[in-house]
Design a protein around this ligand. Sequence first.
Ligand code: GAP
Length: 450
Amino acid sequence: MPQEQDRMETIVSLAKQRGFIFQSSELYGGMAGVYDLGPLGIELANNIKKQWWQKIVQERDDVYGLDSQILMASKIWEASGHVKSFVEPLTECKSCHKRFRADHLQEEGVTQCPECNGELTEPRQFNGMLQTHVGVTQEDSDSVYLRPETAQGIFVNFDNVQKAMRAKVPFGIAQIGKAFRNEITFRNFIFRVREFEQMELEFFVKPGTDDEWFAYWRTFCMDFLINDIGLKKEHLHFRDHEKAELCFYSKATTDIEFEYPFGVKELWGIANRQAYDLTQHSTYSGQKLEYLDPATGEKYIPFVIEPSVGVSRLMLAALLNAYTVIEGGRSMTTSANKDAEVVLKFHPSIAPVKAAIFPLSKKEPLTQIAHDICATLRKQWVIQYDESGSIGRRYRRQDEIGTPLCITVDFESVEDNKVTVRHRDTMEQERVAIDELKLYIQEKLQNFSS
Ligand code: GAP
C-alpha cells in the first residue's frame, strides 16, 4: 500500500514540522518507541484527555476520579498475573540480530527478518514490564516495576474509593496516567510505544448485570469517538474477540478498531474482567474486597467492565482523521497559489489552537486592537497571534494546524469595532462586533459545521 505508506510518512513529517510530536532524545540519535509532545501535541493530548474526563467523570454521578502512582508494591503485579503472564514471544534475526515480536510478524505473514531477510530464531518468551530500583544503595534496594497499565492502581484502591465516596454499585473509578511496556517493534510511529498514557475506567457492577453494562460501555465508547473526538464513523469498527482469543479472566472483549494506514488496528479495548482482579487482590493481600449492598445486606465481589484506551493511539487516529488534502488549493487563499493545501479538520473540541488573530497591518492601532482581543480570549482558549505575511498565507498556516477560526482586525475595525471571522472548513466570513466575540466563538466552537 504505497499510497497509505505515503500518508503515514506525511503525517510523521507534518507532526514534527508543526510541533506536534518529536522523537525522544533526537539530539542524541533518538530513542526507539519514545516520543515527546511538542507545543501543539501537548494541547491536542490535553484536549483529548479533557474530553474523556468530562464525559466519563465530570458529567456523571456514578464515576469517581483517581490518580494512583506509577510505582506500586511488586506484589500487586504478582496478584494481577503480570509477573507470570505479561510475556510476549520474541524472535531474533540470526544475521542482523534485530529483535521482533514473533506474534506481530506472524500477524503480518512475515517469516524472515523484515530488515534483511535473514533467518529468525525460534521465539522465546520475555516479560514486557520495565523494572527499576527504589532504595538508597544498590544492596538494600528493592526492585520495582513501572506499571504496565493504570488499572491495577484502581483495583487496589477499590475499597478506599468505595468507602470514602459512599459509592453504591454500579459505580466506576477512572484515571488517566502513564504506563510503560518494554515493546520491541516500532514501525508505526506513536501507535505502539514504550511510554504512554492510558485512560482507563473500571466500572464495578453486580454479577448478572455485567452483560448489560458491557453492551452499554461498548456503545458509549463508540459514540464518544464519533461525537466528542470527531472520528469518522466509517473508519471505526467493533471487533468482538473470539472465545479462543480471550484472556483467561475475560468473559467478553470488544476492540474498537480504527482504519490506520498500516491496517485496521485496536484503538480502544472494552473487556468484561468479571471478578478476577478484586478476587486476586483479596487473596494476595488477605483483605476481602467485597461490597456490602446496603439495601439487601447482600455481600459480593463486583464484576468489572473495563474500557481502556491509549492517548497516543487516539492522537494518531485524530491526526489521520483530520488530515485533508485539497488539490489545487482553495480560492480564498493566495490566488497565485494552485498547490495542494493541507487542512487538519480537527473537531473543535480537540483542536490545539481555537482561534488565531491577524492584524491586517503591522502598525498601530491595528496591532494594539489585535493584542487586546488576544489577551481577552486567552483567558479561555489557546489563541495564536500572527502578523507576518499575507492574510492568505496566515490562513494556510492555521489550516495546517487545524485552527477552527481566524479573526482579522482591519482598518474598518478602528471605526466600527468589528472584526472578520473566517471559518476553517466552510471558509465563510462574518463580521462580528469585538465585544460579542467571546460569545460568538463559544457558540461556533460548540456548533461547528464542516
Ligand atoms: N488494562 C487493560 C489494558 O491495559 P491493553 O489492551 O493492553 O489493556 C489498553 O491496553 C489500551 O492501551 C490499548 O487499546 C491501546 O489503546 C493502549 N496501548 C496498549 N499498549 C500500548 C502501547 N505500547 N503504546 C500505545 N498505546 C498502547
